[in-house]
Design a protein around this ligand. Structure first.
Ligand SMILES: [Zn+2]
Length: 65
């Protein structure tokens, strides 16, 4: 994880490169985010359910503004 990583405002995926979300295609990315979770098993993960995430990946916990 580099310091330049961005988080998607739409789906909260953490994006390490580029200016577009690789998951949902949104270009609404922010560098103002804190913490992330790795979802490996979305069907069984309580966190994934809470975050309404259906795919595995890395997701930012908190986005500012
Ligand atoms: Zn996205």
């Amino acid at each position: 994880m580099t310091i330049k990583a961005k988080a998607c405002r739409t789906c909260k995926s953490v994006i390490e490169e580029g200016n577009k979300c690789t998951e949902c295609g949104s270009d609404a990315l922010t560098t103002f985010w804190q913490g992330f979770v790795v979802i490996v098993n979305p069907e069984k993960s309580e966190i994934a359910k809470k975050m309404k995430v259906g795919k595995k990946g890395r997701y930012a916990l908190r986005l500012s503004r």
